[in-house]
Design a protein around this ligand. Sequence first.
Ligand code: ZN
Length: 503
Amino acid sequence: MKKSRMLAVLGGGIFCVAVMSLYRMLELMQGAELKQHMDKPNGQDEDLSLLQQKIERLELLLSNNNRLVATLRDTLIQRKASWETGRGANGSSGSARQLPGCRLAEEIKEGTDEVQLLDVYDLLPFDNPDGGAWKQGFDIRYQGNEWDEQPLEVFLVPHSHNDPGWLKTFDRYYEDQTKHILDNMLIKLSEDSRRKMIWAEISYFSKWWNGINEQKREAVKRLVGAGQLEIVTGGWVMADEANSHYFAMLDQLMEGHQWIQRHLGVKPITGWAVDPFGHSPSMAYLLKGAGLSHMVIQRVHYAIKKHFSQQRTLEFLWRQSWDSSPRSDITCHMMPFYSYDVPHTCGPNPAVCCQFDFHRLPGGRVFCPWRIPPQPITEQNVQESPSPIGPVPQKSRLFRSPVLMVPLETTSARRRARGRQFTNYQKLFDCPTSTRSCVKARFGTLSDYFSALSRRVAAGTTLPTVRGDFFTYADRDDHYWSGYFTSRPFYKRLDRMLEATLR
Ligand SMILES: [Zn+2]
């Protein structure tokens, strides 16, 4: 009994302590909650006032910005109005005098054969209408008797385009493609002296050169000496013309030219830039200074290409904006169509031109996306074609002279040469069909083409003068290639630091 009473007292005691502890805990929790409630309004007030201050600062900045933009706009409107008044009174030369710190050349007179690209940009609606077969252009018509007096002279310029690094590394591209392209070039050109080719990227060419024996090197020199192989531009790479500092553009040009001079003993005289995204007059200036007299550009906004095609100004003397004399002029050929591959170089209709890309013969790895494959040229079907390369007469209507350049991608970074282009085209050229008497076609280098053009210019064909640059590039719709202006800032800065250290 005693034991159970003690247990009851102990149990009661524990119960009392537990209840009291529970009560105390509840009291403490309530106190904390109360304190929290008491504190919170003050914290919120602080946050709100901070937020308010921030909003007020932003409002101030915004209104300052608005004022700044309005001032800029008013200044521009005033400047434009005075520019136009000046031009109306004195010709465009008036504008040059009104721009402080910027002396534009004063020779541009309205009505002369001179093009100022800034004016062209104002003129074009950039409206992107569907041009039909030539999607970004227009229907090109011709009678057929245009070349009765002066035969159309066509130069097919075999070329390759090899990026020193794009989807693969420089070395991977070399092993997978470029090495084989150059090996095949040596074989195919040595087989037939009528075959020609141009090469641009010296970084690859020098790597290949290091791996071939003395006998092959002598064969290369013979091909260069005979005018079958022409080194064009001769830069270490096909340089970017938008982001690069001019020192880097010059440096890679010197690197390439010194290599060519040392190993081949020649100097490039023609330029070939088919894949920089937009083209800069600074590059034209550097090329001219490096001894080049002619150049080709390709990646120009499609609306500008269309305008130049309509005006027949695709071939022009590119003059520096600041130059009052022709001393900086370099003769420039702008490709009219979308790309430098065969479907976009022989004429306005890629479905038809693709049938002249004999790399895409049925059974191969590449084919025509327009679903009409090329056919091997035979003695029978060669008679059917009224022109050696179907649409070249159409393309010729875009140019002032009766000489025409048709770039021919014989090999590319994606496929190896097998000589199909050379053999099939030669059959087309050799065909004695009488209906083709007005078209003379053959393989040529850039120098062959530009020499023929120069002869026409000497005989009276005139070329306009163009000032300005070809930025920003768009290849279709609103696909503007401007992201690369600002992408990878770390590497861009690193490049500049390295250049500064190297010089
Ligand atoms: Zn490229």
